[in-house]
Design a protein around this ligand. Structure first.
Ligand code: HEM
Length: 319
């Protein structure tokens, strides 16, 4: 009918909304100066969807998905597309005690599945095709820990938006036509000092996070007006009183044998400034000086900002 002919065809995002899985790979890549590096990267990125489909089909129940983020410095060369309005490199956030550093990265891949072998296979095939066009800056293997807990023992991801609120808080809309259908991705690799964390009582830990540990029940903000909990510092309300959510796909990682215990923070957002504001409140504090006590047991080793273009833009890069 005439109505449907005029209806706007929605722009298909990448699988930003893919479910949390039991396994993930976070791969940070830097372009090399090898001959044809940019052309090779464009070519591989354009085929990520097809390659993922091929591997995913070997066990559809494992929900394999891969999203691709492109860094600010490489955006123009790799995409040739208009720049998303907010895209810029990660900006260090320096508090009095803790710093969120910016680190290297041109392409960020986020692979996830309920089978470790599917993530492994997809990563292998992609790196094979990239060849010497990229260098692996960081490879982190994430895993689910019990009922979606981080290694600090708390359920992580509860406040994520669901249903219609999910695309509304993660996918850029008509406010920035050049970026419509895409999403900003912020990643940070944190390692925990477990001795500092376990030196706290469960009640003290609960006050740091703002939720109870065993039942994951939210604590009342009013109980701690002076030193805000993590969940309160990470709650962003704009001047009009509107709260802005983000999607977090945090994954635990680590190796007890190496004494490594970490959380890979993965945040997708429609508005980059919202995550930047969260980081300011966590690292500088609200009021300044009252930083997030989570940081007293956690160190951010990396920091990157990427834009996850719509699926069609990505698929078209090989043309
Ligand atoms: C909430 C852990 C870093 C943003 C939470 C919760 C936990 C947690 C346990 C409460 C449950 C939930 O709602 O998911 C961690 C750990 C981190 C980390 C272990 C790294 C060491 C960050 C960073 C950001 C962030 C870097 C943003 C820049 C949020 C938000 C919430 C939250 C938005 C929900 C707040 C609400 O209740 O509305 N986090 N987090 N987190 N975190 Fe984090």
């Amino acid at each position: 009918d005439a109505g449907s002919a005029q209806r706007r065809v929605p722009i298909e995002p990448q699988r930003v909304d893919a479910p949390l899985t039991s396994s993930a790979v976070l791969l940070t890549l830097a372009l090399t100066d090898a001959q044809n590096a940019v052309a090779t990267v464009r070519d591989v990125l354009s085929s990520v969807e097809d390659i993922t489909k091929n591997v995913a089909f070997r066990d559809l129940s494992a929900a394999l998905a891969c999203t691709v983020g492109i860094g600010s410095d490489m955006w123009d060369a790799v995409t040739g597309a208009p720049r998303p309005a907010e895209l810029h490199p990660f900006r260090d956030v320096r508090g009095a005690v803790h710093t969120a550093p910016a680190t290297e990265g041109d392409v960020q891949l986020h692979l996830r599945a309920n089978r470790r072998d599917l993530c492994f296979e997809l990563e292998r095939q992609l790196l094979d095709r990239f060849g010497d066009s990229v260098r692996v800056v960081d490879e982190t293997i994430g895993f689910r820990y019990f009922d979606a807990r981080d290694l600090l023992g708390f359920v992580d991801g509860t406040a994520n938006p669901v249903g219609a609120a999910l695309p509304a808080s993660t996918i850029v809309g008509t406010e920035d036509p050049a970026a419509e259908g895409g999403s900003y991705l912020v990643v940070q690799k944190y390692v925990h000092r477990m001795d500092a964390w376990t030196a706290l009582t469960a009640e003290q830990q609960e006050a740091v996070i703002g939720r109870t540990k065993s039942d994951n029940v939210e604590l009342d903000d009013a109980a701690a007006p002076d030193q805000k909990a993590h969940k309160t510092l990470a709650t962003i309300v704009d001047d009009d009183g509107v709260e802005h959510d983000i999607l977090r796909d945090n994954m635990p990682f680590g190796s007890p044998g190496r004494g490594e215990f970490g959380t890979y923070f993965i945040g997708y957002t429609r508005r980059l400034w919202v995550i930047e504001k969260m980081l300011e409140r966590m690292f500088i504090g609200d009021p300044p000086g009252k930083h997030d006590r989570l940081l007293d047991a956690s160190t951010a080793l990396t920091g990157g900002v990427y834009f996850v273009p719509p699926a069609e833009l990505l698929a078209g890069l090989g043309d």
